[in-house]
Design a protein around this ligand. Structure first.
Ligand SMILES: Nc1nc2c(ncn2[C@@H]2O[C@H](COP(=O)(O)OP(=O)(O)OP(=O)(O)O)[C@@H](O)[C@H]2O)c(=O)[nH]1
Ligand SMILES: [Mg+2]
Length: 398
C-alpha cells in the first residue's frame, strides 16, 4: 500500500476502526438493533445444556506511519510502530460449573482489539484475551460445518478457540538500505470469527436411570450429602443432579441422577430424550426399579422398558456395565415381586440388589459393587443372553 505525504497525517490520527470496512463490528451492531434493550422473557428454571454462541476474536491494531524529527536528528527517519495483536477467545474448563446457565443471556462473545502502533517505534497494545468458562464435558461444535472442534473434559483444560488478528506493520518495519523513508504501513488483520454450539454432556462415573417415581433422587440423597428434591409424584426431578460419594480413602465416585424416563422417551416423550445424553459418558449405569409396583405377569417390565429406550436412543449404552437397584424393598408388596424378579432375571444374579433408599437398607453391598464397577468400567457384566434379547424385542407395548 503506497501512501502519499498528505495521507500520512490522516493515517496517524485514524482510530482503530479505520480498516474496519468489512466488518465484524457491523455484525454486532446489527444484532444490537434487532434486539434492542427491551426485556426478553426468560425461563430461569430451565436447565441449559446447549447454547449457540458467536465468538469473535479481536482485530490486530494498525501499523503506523511516523517520523522522528528531533533537535539533532531533523531527518531521524521512520519510526512508526507495529499494531498490537488482537485478543483471543479462550475456553477454560471448570469443575465448579454444572450447566451452561451462565450463558443464558449471552449470544456474542468478543475479545478486545489490539492497539494501533505508536510513534517512536512503539508497539500497539495487545488486546485482552477473553476467557470463557465451561463445565467438564462440554462439546464444542462448529455450527456451520457440524464438525466437533473440541471435547473439553479435564478440569482446568484450556483451549484457544479463536485467535486474535495479527497487528499491522508500521513504516519502520519497511526500512531497508535502499528505501530509507518507507511511507507505507499495513492494517491489522481481523481475528477469527466462529459460530459454535456448546453442548454439555455431564461426566459422571455412575448414572441413575429409572422410571419416574422409582426413587432415583432418594437414592442419590441416601448415598451422598446432597438434598435433592424428592416427591411422591412423577417428574419431581426436572434437571440432572450431579453429586459424589466419598469413601474413607478420600476417593470419590460421581453420580448423576437424571429425570425419569418413560416409554417412547427416545422419540421425545416426557423429559427423557433431552437428558439421556447425560448418561452417555457414564462408566456404569444403575437401573433404579420400583419393586413395589405391580406389573401383571411381567416382573421385568420396567427393566425391559428402560433398556429398550436406551437401546433406541443409543445402542452402545447397553454395552456399559450395569447394576439393578430394586428399590422400595421395605414395602410389604415388594417381597412377592422380588421372588418373581429373581426367577426371571436373565443376567448374573450378583448384578441386582434389593434396597431401600428411603430406609437406607442394604446399601452397603450395593455401593461396594458400584465402586468396583466404576473403578473397572470395562468389566463385562452386561452380557446379554440371546433369549433375553428376544424377550426384550417382544415386550408388548403399554
Ligand atoms: N417406601 C419407600 N419409598 C421410597 C423409597 N425410595 C423412594 N421412595 C419414595 O418414592 C417417591 C419418589 O421418590 P423420588 O426419589 O422423588 O423418585 P425419582 O425416581 O427421583 O422420581 P422423578 O424425579 O420424578 O423421576 C417419594 O415419595 C419417596 O419417598 C424406598 O426405598 N421406600
Ligand atoms: Mg427425582
Amino acid at each position: 500500500m503506497i501512501i502519499t505525504e498528505e495521507d500520512q497525517e490522516e493515517i496517524c490520527s485514524q482510530s482503530d476502526d479505520c480498516y474496519d470496512s468489512d466488518c465484524d463490528e457491523s455484525l454486532f451492531d446489527e444484532e444490537e438493533e434487532d434486539f434492542p434493550k427491551k426485556k426478553r422473557p426468560s425461563n430461569r428454571h430451565d436447565y441449559l445444556d446447549k447454547i449457540i454462541l458467536t465468538l469473535s476474536a479481536g482485530r490486530g491494531g494498525n501499523g503506523r506511519v511516523a517520523w522522528i524529527r528531533t533537535r539533532f536528528r531533523p531527518k531521524g527517519g521512520p519510526s512508526g510502530g507495529n499494531g498490537g495483536k488482537g485478543g483471543s477467545i479462550i475456553i477454560q474448563v471448570s469443575k465448579d460449573l454444572l450447566s451452561l446457565d451462565h450463558f443464558r443471556n449471552t449470544r456474542i462473545i468478543k475479545a478486545d482489539n489490539g492497539g494501533d502502533g505508536g510513534t517512536c517505534h512503539c508497539q500497539g497494545k495487545k488486546g485482552l484475551d477473553k476467557v470463557i468458562k465451561v463445565p467438564c464435558g462440554t462439546l464444542v461444535k462448529n455450527l456451520e460445518t457440524g464438525e466437533i472442534i473440541k471435547d473439553l473434559i479435564q478440569d482446568g483444560e484450556i483451549f484457544e478457540i479463536c485467535t486474535g488478528g495479527k497487528g499491522g506493520l508500521g513504516n519502520d518495519y519497511f526500512k531497508t538500505p535502499t528505501n530509507r523513508t518507507p511511507r507505507n504501513a499495513t492494517p491489522g488483520k481481523p481475528g477469527d470469527l466462529l459460530k459454535v454450539e456448546l453442548e454439555l454432556k455431564l461426566i459422571a462415573d455412575v448414572g441413575f436411570v429409572g422410571l419416574p417415581n422409582a426413587g432415583k433422587s432418594t437414592l442419590l440423597n441416601a448415598l451422598t450429602a446432597t438434598e435433592v428434591k424428592i416427591g411422591d409424584y412423577p417428574f419431581t426431578t426436572l434437571k440432572p443432579n450431579l453429586s459424589y460419594l466419598q469413601f474413607d480413602d478420600y476417593s470419590r465416585i460421581f453420580l448423576a441422577d437424571i429425570p425419569g424416563i418413560i416409554k417412547d422417551a427416545h422419540v421425545g416423550r416426557g423429559l427423557g430424550l433431552e437428558f439421556l445424553k447425560h448418561i452417555e459418558r457414564t462408566k456404569v449405569l444403575i437401573f433404579v426399579i420400583d419393586l413395589a409396583k405391580e406389573h401383571e405377569n411381567d416382573p421385568l417390565h420396567d427393566l425391559n422398558l428402560l433398556r429398550r429406550e436406551l437401546e433406541l436412543h443409543n445402542p452402545t449404552l447397553l454395552e456399559k456395565p450395569f447394576l439393578v437397584a430394586l428399590n422400595k424393598a421395605d414395602l410389604p408388596e415388594s417381597e412377592e415381586h422380588l421372588k418373581q424378579f429373581i426367577k426371571h432375571y436373565p443376567f448374573e444374579k450378583s448384578t441386582f440388589f434389593p434396597i431401600s433408599a428411603l430406609q437406607k437398607q442394604n446399601l452397603e453391598p450395593f455401593v461396594k459393587a458400584m465402586r468396583e464397577l466404576a473403578a473397572a468400567p470395562k468389566k463385562q457384566n452386561a452380557m446379554i443372553s440371546f433369549e433375553y434379547l428376544k424377550t426384550l424385542q417382544n415386550t408388548p407395548a403399554d
